[in-house]
Every structure is written in C-alpha cells, then in structure tokens.
Design a protein around this ligand. Structure first.
Ligand code: HXC
Length: 514
C-alpha cells in the first residue's frame, strides 16, 4: 500500500488552507492588533467545539480574477450552541475589509434561507466596511436581498446580530431588522452617516465612539440590546440568550430542570412597599426574589430604565418579564419605555414565551417634549402588543395602577389570563391628589383651610378608590395575594395556562402604530 496521499486530497487541503487564511497573515495581525478576533476565531468562540460546518468556502465575487480571495469576506455555515443547531455568518474584515459584494450577500442569504426553512436561529457576526465600493449597485442589490430575508425571517426564527467592528450606512439596517443587537464596548460602531458627514451637514463635531459606539446605542438610542466588555463576552451573551429561546415560532420555549423550590416564599416582599406613596422601592428586589435563582437575564438594561424587560425562568420554564422601575421617573411610562415594552412583548409572543407583568406606574410621563414627539402614538404600541399576544399573560399590580398606565400594563381588559394585585395596589382613574383637584375644585377654593380639606378629601379618596378591593369586588382583579407568595402564585398560574388556544382574528396583518 502506497503512503502517498491522493493528489486530489492534497489539492483539497491546500484549497481549504488558502480559504482559511483569509486576507493573509499581515491583515490578520492588524486585526489582532485592534483587539479583534478573525471571523473564524469568533465562530470557534461562539459555537460548540468542532461543531462548525462551513458552506461555500471557495466562493469568490469574480471567478475570472486570479487573485480573488476565497470566501469573499464572509464565513458562513452551521454549527451548534449547547447542542442546539444554529445558522451563522461571520464577516471577515481581513478580506476586502469585510465589504459586501453580491456574492458575499448571497452567501449570507443562503444561511438565512436555511434558518428560515429548517427552523433554526441565525446569528450574524458583523465587521465590515460596508458596500464593496468596486461593485457599485450590485452590492446594494446584495444588501437589499439580505434585508428582504431579515424581514421574511422575522418572527419565524430568532435573529441575532453581533456588531464587532464597523457597521455603517445602510448596512446598519440588517441588524436593525433582527431581534437582538449585541455590541462590543469601545470596539464596535453603528451609524447611518459617520462623523465627517454629520459635521459637514449639521456642523456637529463628534467622534465615532460618541456618535455610534456601544454605550450610545445601549443607553441613548436603544438600538443595542446587550454590550459585551470584549468579543468573548459579547459571544458568551449570545450563548446565554439562546438558552431562553425556542429554535422557531412553532416550538415551545425551552425548559430546564428546575433549580429552585417552586413553593419558595419571599417574606421580604411583604415589607417592600413603603408606607409613603411617593417613596420608591427597587423593582429588581421583586424580580430577583420571585424568579428561579440565577435565571434573570435583562434586555436593554441601560436604556429607558423606567421600564424593565428581560428573560427569566419560573420552575425551569423560560418566560418574559415586563416591569416598571419606581426608582426611575417614578415608573412613569415615556416614549422610550413604550417602545422598549412593546417590542419585547411582541418578541415574547412571537416565540412562545409567557409574559409576566409587574406593574407600578403613576401614568404616562407629562411634558411638551413627550407630547410633541408622539407619546400617544408610541404608548399605543404597548396596548397593541399585549392585545395581539396569544401567549399566557399574567400580571400583578404591586402599587400604582393609574389611568392609561394601568390599562396598558397587561391589564385584564387587554386580555390578561390571570390578573393579580398586592394589597398595596392603588388602582384608579388617577392619583388621589389629581382626583381631588378635579372633583373638589370649587370646595377647595372656598374652604377656610384648603390644605386641611385637601388632606381629608385625599384620605377619603384613598380609602375608597386607591385600594385593590375596589377592583377585586368588581371582578377586574382575579385575586389579591400576599407579596411573599408571588412566586408560588405565578408558578401555579403559569402551569395552568400552558396551552393557549386564543388567536387574533384573521387578517393580512394589523396596523401596529409604528
Ligand atoms: C471595498 C473596502 C471597503 C469597501 C474597506 N475596504 N472598506 N474595500 N469596499 N467599502 C478595504 C480597504 O481598501 C482595505 O483593503 C481593507 O478593506 C481594510 O480597510 P482599511 O481602511 O485599511 O481599514 P481601517 O483603517 O480599519 O478602516 C476601516 C474603515 C475604512 C473605517 C471601515 O476602511 C472605511 O472607511 N471604509 C469605507 C467605508 C465606506 O464608506 N463604505 C461604504 C459605506 S456606504 P486592503 O487591501 O488595503 O486590505 C454603504 C452603503 C450600504 O455601505 C448601503 C446598504 C443599503
């Protein structure tokens, strides 16, 4: 038997080695010098060991060009994360700056189609100089095809974008169409027009980081959902996120073996709500006490912090949590909080994650800026999202539930399956002060001691209206529960509501107020 390898096998190995060398050693060194990994290193970090299978490693944009670099600047294929199948693409900055030709785009489209048709999540690792300048309109055609598949895939399988370098111009619209955007701190940037164009058009001077760095998008614009301290952390966040998500919209959200006692009570919650109605408390104390220990995974933690959204588990079952944070703007709902809540509710509904709502809001945020920027239009999104949601919906009013803010936060009128309150809940058309000002304006104006009269009227209003029993007696609440028993109550409700048969009326699609 000859020991000489079949030359065809040798040729394959050489081709593969060439493809895997990307833009060559010098460019790989430059990439490393920026603190960034190569596309293949990133995939190795993201996926289970040795699970990656590449497709189209030898594709080039122009097969006649002798020096064309194999792969055309994007590595695509499939692999597993914690044993669960995912489709992936990773732009390779060492090849033409990761810029997008038609061939590059079509490689991405191929894995998008594989994700869509086979029902597995797709993760894109973006690091690109944008449209390949030499390709002209054919690059734009390619981008458009990627966007089209982002939109078609939306709501069928989870789509996650990880921004690990530049992502500028129209290119930003692909991640914007996906469900989650992860960025790396001080190493990634996203903007529609860069600092130079901004300066020439508006005169504003700002650097890349200040215009579209990770912190900006995580805390000001709301474009980014998670920020990794570095690339490895960003990719670890993706792995963690996937543990809460089903692979597609026709599969139940994943469950894990319960790690926490389902009947565990939390006595601290019985004393959490301060006596004084305007004294705040921390809603994270509620979330952490109620959910399975160690399961809380917050989304958009730094943006619109008056609202809290995130994933958790209850007795091992993945759920979505929506809450107010009384420590920020007293939990009032503003435009950004509306967008944050509505988007998250729709995501949970699309991917079969039951919704737990912890409501405590004094109302929508007053202000000329809010009104003129369309708080009416934005706030309406929350209603739309909750009503459309067919997943199990359980809501608890912990303290304030006033006016429209009460209705929108997953109330029974919007279709909550189980609507509960703590004994500290105050549910009414408006807060006592506002109500007394409207109802008793004349008496107060004529009173000898208006302040004393106001205090008396407020106390009387509070006794009648600002309690959960006014609502419970009228069947609007399903029950009033001891705060300490919130966890077992939620788990019991959730386990009763597993199978949902509710559906929305047939239509082409609704007209969500965007
Ligand atoms: C072709 C590109 C490229 C591009 C970078 N390269 N961007 N090639 N088309 N868009 C190539 C460079 O020529 C270089 O090739 C290699 O990639 C690395 O680029 P450098 O400039 O050396 O890297 P760096 O200094 O890190 O700067 C990165 C950068 C810069 C900031 C991204 O390259 C840049 O400004 N590129 C152009 C960005 C841009 O204007 N793109 C078009 C945006 S409009 P060599 O051979 O030297 O390694 C757009 C519209 C999309 O994208 C619309 C979609 C709807």
């Amino acid at each position: 038997m000859s020991q000489i390898e079949d030359p065809r096998l040798t040729a394959l190995k050489e081709m593969r080695k060439l493809a895997e060398s990307g833009g060559g050693a010098a460019r790989i060194d430059r990439q490393h010098a920026k603190g960034r990994m190569t596309a293949r290193e990133r995939l190795a970090e993201l996926l289970d060991t040795d699970s990656f299978h590449e497709v189209q490693p030898f594709t080039v944009a122009h097969p006649d060009e002798e020096d064309a670099i194999l792969g055309d600047g994007v590595v695509t294929g499939y692999g597993t994360i914690d044993g669960r199948k995912v489709l992936v693409y990773a732009q390779d900055f060492t090849v033409y700056g990761g810029s997008v030709s038609l061939a590059h785009a079509r490689k991405i489209v191929q894995v998008q189609e594989m994700a869509l048709h086979n029902g597995f999540p797709i993760i894109g690792l973006l690091d690109s100089g944008g449209a390949r300048i030499q390709e002209g309109v054919m690059s734009l055609q390619g981008y458009g095809e990627v966007f089209r598949h982002n939109a078609l895939t939306s709501g069928v399988v989870p789509q996650i974008s990880v921004i690990l370098g530049p992502c500028a111009g129209g290119a930003s619209y692909s991640p914007a169409l996906t469900d989650f955007v992860v960025m790396t701190d001080k190493s990634s940037m996203m903007f529609i027009t860069g600092p130079d164009v901004v300066k020439s058009v508006t005169g504003e001077e700002i650097d890349h980081e200040g215009l579209g760095g990770a912190r900006v998008h995580a805390s000001i614009s709301g474009v980014a959902h998670f920020v990794g301290e570095d690339e490895a952390h960003a990719l670890a966040l993706v792995r963690q996120l996937l543990t809460y998500l089903p692979p597609n919209n026709v599969t139940a959200a994943p469950t894990v073996a319960p790690s926490d006692d389902p009947s565990r009570t939390a006595s601290a919650l019985d004393k959490l709500i301060p006596e004084a109605p305007n004294e705040p408390y921390d809603m994270y104390d509620v979330i952490l006490a109620v959910m399975d220990r160690g399961s809380w995974f917050e989304v958009q933690a730094s943006w619109a912090q008056n609202a809290i959204v995130g994933f958790a588990r209850l007795n091992g079952r993945a759920i979505g949590v929506v809450a107010q944070q009384p420590l920020v703007l007293a939990g009032a709902i503003d435009i950004d909080a509306s967008d944050k809540i509505a988007r998250f509710v729709r995501f949970c509904d699309a991917f079969n994650l039951p919704l737990i709502t912890l409501a405590d809001s004094p109302g929508f945020l007053p202000g000329v800026g809010q009104e003129h920027s369309g708080i009416i239009r934005h706030g309406a999104k929350i209603i739309y999202a909750y009503v459309e949601a067919t997943v199990p919906k359980i809501s608890i009013v912990t303290r304030k539930g006033y006016g429209g803010a009460y209705i929108v936060m997953g109330s029974k009128s919007l279709g909550a399956d189980v609507h509960l309150a703590w004994p500290t809940a105050e549910i009414a058309v408006m807060g006592p002060d506002g109500a007394v000002s409207v109802l008793n304006r004349r008496e107060l104006a004529e009173a000898e001691d208006p302040e004393a009269l106001r205090a008396e009227l407020v106390a009387r209003y509070r006794e009648i209206h600002a309690t959960p029993y006014y609502s419970a007696r009228r069947g609007v609440l399903d029950n009033v529960i001891e705060p300490a028993r919130t966890r077992p109550e939620l788990i019991a409700a959730l386990e009763t509501l597993q199978e949902q048969t509710r559906s929305v009326p047939p239509k082409k699609h609704g007209l969500m107020p965007v």
